[in-house]
Ligand binder design. Structure first.
Ligand SMILES: [Cu+2]
Length: 322
């Protein structure tokens, strides 16, 4: 009976959380203007290769190659690229890139990207690391998440409740490094999900500002081992370079505040496991705002499923973990 009572208790908690999520959904802002072509993709681990859709009316081609030079003044990368079908044979070319992509570029890095022609200039956009070891680690991480989701789907409540272990993940950070959950073992983590193009001031932009305030407050209180993590809800657009630019534009210290992205499937599985709502409707992203504390033991210890969370509230939670 005890076990039953316990289970039904959890079930009630689960039902309440679902209700809260739905209530939150009613308040989800419509992100007019943050549209993205294409629909949410199926959540399977094989869907690892993300490729940004081409912008209409702008000639562009998928490109793979290796960075062999970086020119900061000209804001360009020298890239030896593979054959671009129906366009160019393999050759070495200079490409203009964004400040974010320029900041994180490494010589010798293999990349995949989209080549965009504007006038007589060539740009590289949507740049992702593409070396075999990196691709294998990211793919394995996505597959592990898919398996976890499948296992959770066999339970009565299909997401991870407070007290349970947080999902494990392997994603890219804002410097295009592969980051897995093990890097954060033993840390006190505050995790949320945002996307860089979110135009709704009270949603992602406010959340990022509050995360930096929390980072600052934790530092002032002398709290050690605090890690803030924001995972992109728009991973096809939010490349590591886009995340780097987002952090730089806000003067964010990324030493313990990471912005993560990766395969759409991996992000979708994380959202499901954590009972977070995010979907495309009429080409726009609608999402709930959820802020989650993960303890040093990797367990989910606290969450606020509204956009009204405060840095003080989460500082208090982090202090409890000390
Ligand atoms: Cu948003």
């Amino acid at each position: 009976m005890t076990v039953r009572g316990y289970q039904s208790c959890r079930w009630v908690a689960a039902a309440l959380r679902s209700a809260a999520a739905l209530a939150g959904l009613a308040a989800i802002a419509f992100c007019a203007g943050c549209g993205r072509s294409g629909e949410a993709q199926a959540v399977n681990a094989t869907n690892v290769a993300t490729e940004a859709p081409a912008v209409e009316g702008e000639p562009s081609w998928p490109l793979t190659g290796e960075i062999i030079g970086i020119n900061l003044e000209r804001r360009s990368l020298l890239v030896t690229h593979d054959e671009i079908k129906d366009f160019m044979p393999p050759m070495t070319m200079e490409f203009v890139v964004s400040d974010g992509d320029l900041a994180i570029a490494k010589e010798g890095q293999r990349i995949r990207a989209r080549l965009v022609q504007r006038g007589d200039e060539y740009f590289l956009e949507q740049i992702w690391p593409d070396d075999a070891a990196t691709a294998a680690a990211i793919a394995a991480g996505a597959e592990a998440l898919a398996k976890e989701t499948a296992a959770l789907n066999k339970r009565i409540y299909t997401f991870r409740d407070l007290g349970e272990q947080a999902p494990t993940f392997t994603l890219y950070d804002q410097d295009a490094r592969v980051v897995d959950m093990n890097r954060f073992r033993g840390k006190k983590i505050v995790l949320n999900f945002i996307y860089t193009r979110c135009p709704v001031a009270t949603m992602c932009p406010a959340a990022t500002l509050k995360m930096t305030q929390l980072q600052q407050a934790a530092r002032e209180k002398g709290l050690s081992d605090v890690e803030l993590i924001s995972i992109s809800l728009d991973p096809n657009y939010d490349t590591p370079g886009v995340l780097r630019e987002y952090a730089n534009a806000r003067g964010i210290d990324t030493s313990n505040f990471s912005f993560l992205t990766g395969p759409e499937a991996a992000v979708q599985n994380l959202l499901r496991q954590l009972s977070i709502t995010s979907f495309f409707e009429e080409g726009v992203i609608k999402h709930s705002l959820n802020t989650i504390v993960i303890g040093p033991d990797g367990k989910l210890v606290y969450r606020n499923d509204t956009e009204k969370w405060t840095p003080a509230e989460f500082l208090e939670q982090l202090q409890k973990l000390n």
